[in-house]
Design a protein around this ligand. Structure first.
Ligand SMILES: [Zn+2]
Length: 344
């Protein structure tokens, strides 16, 4: 392992933007598809990969989203969801992550004999057991989907209210941003806001920079998923700097969805220098075939990040977590200790 890789691995980190269904281990997907007797177009793990992972020449967000079909088909039982979440927590541990916020859309797991409540409970149980087994604290964000009705989003907010004391920390709006603007779901996010639930919204991921300020103003978002297109509007940039609303950035995913044509075009370094509160995340570990360590190494090798800049991103990831100040301070202490030992 390269020195820098070892250093980054050993520094306590958080991850704030990771979709469970986009981060199922390929071997597990293959095994569960077979053992659940699903009709599948592949007969070996090697031939299955193209159904779970994007190729370098992926053309759009919609092509990217097709890779979620198989994970969603296997995530229709408590046992499968439990195993998948436990494995994801183990993978997070391998990245040196001490706190992770995982997310999924509970209404997408009602296609078998499962209720949305049962899918959430299986996930929360795995998170509890994952903390005991791997020492990684994980919390859950419930996603509603842009192409679904506002009533569906309200259902998701009510689920978040029900499980807020059991490990759910926020609600999110995800999916096709081009055809379904944030305001369609305002009623649901007003309810979340009034109920004191944290809000993060996918916005400015596919070229529509206006969705960033709309998500903050109309949907009360305190964090934005991606926000990559903020650079197209000076007012948006100024607002992000002033408000310190967090951007959950995921450069490899942005490359795959063609939000950028080339890794070096990614604005994450410019945003960091401008004083925007940016964090680094994987988005979908399996779909993009990436770990959080890989993401940090890419910043260093492709965008010339210095170690100080990497440390700033890690620190932002801790201070932007949806936890109490007391929890943040505990994590900051661990982070500071680790950084101090680097200088010895
Ligand atoms: Zn996402």
């Amino acid at each position: 392992m390269l020195d820098i890789e070892k250093i980054i691995k050993n520094i306590p980190k958080t991850e704030l933007h990771c979709h469970i269904d986009g981060s199922v281990r390929p071997e597990t997907l293959f095994e569960l598809a077979k053992s659940n007797s699903l009709l599948v177009p592949f007969s070996s793990i090697d031939t299955s990969i193209e159904y779970f992972q994007v190729k370098e020449n992926c053309n759009s967000l919609n092509e990217y989203l097709e890779k979620f079909n198989f994970p969603l088909r296997v995530m229709q039982s408590k046992e499968n969801i439990y195993r998948i979440v436990m494995e994801l927590i183990e993978d997070s541990k391998k990245d040196g992550i001490i706190y992770t916020e995982l997310r999924f859309a509970p209404l997408q797991h009602e296609n078998g004999n499962l209720t949305a409540e049962e899918s959430i409970e299986a996930t929360l149980q795995a998170m509890k057991d994952g903390k005991d087994k791997y020492g990684v604290v994980s919390k859950l964000i419930l996603c509603s989907l842009r192409h679904n009705s506002v009533d569906d989003s309200i259902k998701v907010v009510n689920l978040a209210k029900k499980y807020i004391s059991y490990g759910v920390v926020a609600v999110d709006l995800a999916g096709n941003e081009s055809d379904f603007p944030p305001e369609l779901h305002k009623k649901a996010f007003d309810l979340a806001y009034k109920s004191g639930i944290n809000i993060t919204i996918h916005a400015g991921e596919t070229g529509i920079y206006q969705n960033i300020l709309k998500s903050i103003d109309l949907l009360h978002a305190s964090r934005i998923g991606h926000g990559i297109y903020a650079y197209r509007d000076s007012k948006t940039l100024e607002y992000l700097i002033e408000s310190q609303v967090t951007l959950e950035m995921c450069p490899t995913s942005n490359l795959h969805t063609k939000a950028i044509n080339n890794y070096v075009e990614h604005p994450i370094k410019t945003y960091l220098k401008q004083g925007i509160n940016v964090t680094l995340n994987t988005d979908n570990r399996t779909v993009s075939n990436i770990t959080l360590i890989d993401e940090y190494i890419n910043l260093i090798s492709k965008l010339n990040f210095s170690l100080d800049e990497v440390l700033k991103l890690i620190r932002n990831g801790i201070t932007s977590a949806f936890v109490t100040n007391e929890c943040k301070n505990l994590m900051l202490n661990k982070f500071n200790e680790s950084v101090k030992s680097l200088n010895k």
